[in-house]
Design a protein around this ligand. Structure first.
Ligand code: ATP
Length: 356
């Protein structure tokens, strides 16, 4: 036993011939905010459903606080789910919606004062206590999501399982709720598994991120680890905006690679001299001056984003390369421009896309 709050051991889930989750091994410590990140259909929600008992694994074991939960009913697992669509009862007041999970617990339903106290505590935590008598239809999207959170909190669960809880909110509200959720997690201190396909959400909220593709874990790590040392080209491309430039190159042996006509020093492995490989350069790691490790080309596009400009260069590399420039007034379409990379920012992958 690892002492983890949650542990998946060799968990698989198949729907007929289709493998939605493959060989999931994951230990999640107490208090962690873990984000499951990946494109649509990669198995994120299925993992939450397996934990909550809404789906049964095809094989493997799931433990909560050291106890096997495979054979427990959802209501006995003490996992509170929060969904994208809030799932509130429209005919009930906010207070009754929040109290609902307590009603199904014997004893607590009879103790009205205790239920009221717990509802108030949960409502205070999500700052919705002034809306308790309203019906959900009279609330904004952000307020409804807070009610859904309060309904999860009132159960005092072992685990919060959140499935894209902020997707229905507009960008500004999502931003505010993201901060609220992170602060709430710190106060409540329960392990939280949070599903999203939004890399920004994952990077800003997670203690650790699990990147998934086709039901298979690609990498588990802190936001810094997955961003700075992506284990393969899928992870490299999924995190970061604009996306990492990835183009074919060759090894120069020891600590250098070539992309187009440019020789770049790297901290990654390079394999034998002359071996074909893939070189990755994040647009956001580009510097405007430096000595060596230079990429030069003709500016073909400038995209002004407000905080900076994304410059596209046509170079001797076989793909167009994009770079972020914080002051692109010196860049003109049709003219040459140069960008520089520290060796630690030159990523190298083998031809199968695995980090070297
Ligand atoms: P999204 O971000 O779109 O919600 P996801 O990563 O959460 O995607 P899942 O909902 O876990 O993906 O689904 C994983 C795969 O399993 C998908 O290809 C989906 O079509 C399939 N799947 C999910 N539930 C079922 C089901 N009940 N029957 C058959 N296939 C299913």
């Amino acid at each position: 036993m690892t002492g983890a709050a949650i542990e998946f051991r060799s968990v698989c889930k198949a729907y007929g011939d289709f493998q939605a989750v493959r060989d999931l091994d994951l230990a999640i410590p107490k208090r962690e905010f873990l984000v499951l990140l990946g494109p649509s259909g990669c198995g994120k929600s299925t993992i939450l459903k397996l934990l909550a008992g809404i789906e049964d694994p095809t094989s493997g074991e799931i433990f909560v606080n050291g106890s096997l939960v495979n054979y427990l009913l959802p209501r006995d697992r003490n996992v509170a789910m929060v969904f994208q669509n809030y799932a509130l009862y429209p005919h009930m007041s906010v207070a009754r919606n929040i109290a609902y999970p307590l009603k199904s617990r014997k004893g607590e339903a009879r103790n009205r004062a205790m239920v009221h106290e717990k509802v108030l505590q949960a409502a205070n935590l999500v700052e919705i206590s002034d809306q308790l008598e309203k019906r959900p239809e009279a609330l904004s999207g952000g307020q409804r999501q807070r009610v859904a959170l309060a309904r999860a909190l009132v159960r005092d669960p072992e685990v919060f399982a959140m499935d894209e809880p902020l997707s229905n909110l507009d960008a500004q509200l999502r931003d505010a709720m993201r901060q609220h959720l992170t602060a709430l997690h710190r106060r409540v201190g329960k392990v939280t598994i949070y599903v999203t396909h939004d890399q920004h959400e994952a990077m800003t909220m997670a203690d650790r991120i699990v990147v998934l593709k086709d039901g298979v874990v690609q990498q588990v790590g802190t936001p810094r680890e997955v961003f700075n040392a992506p284990t393969n080209t899928f992870v490299a491309g999924f995190l970061g905006n604009p996306k990492m430039n990835i183009g074919p190159g060759i090894s120069l042996g020891r600590d250098s690679v070539r992309i187009g006509e440019f020789d770049l020093k790297t901290n990654c492995g390079t394999g034998p001299k002359g071996a074909p490989l893939l070189v990755g350069l994040r647009p956001t790691d580009a510097r405007h001056e430096g000595g060596s490790n230079c990429i030069q080309g003709t500016v073909t596009a400038l995209e002004y984003t407000g905080a900076d400009t994304v410059v596209t260069l046509s170079t001797s590399a076989s793909v167009d390369l994009r770079f972020r420039h914080t002051n692109a007034s010196s860049c003109t379409e049709g003219k040459t421009a140069a960008f520089f990379y520290a060796a630690e920012h030159v990523h190298v992958f083998d031809q199968e896309g695995r980090r070297m």
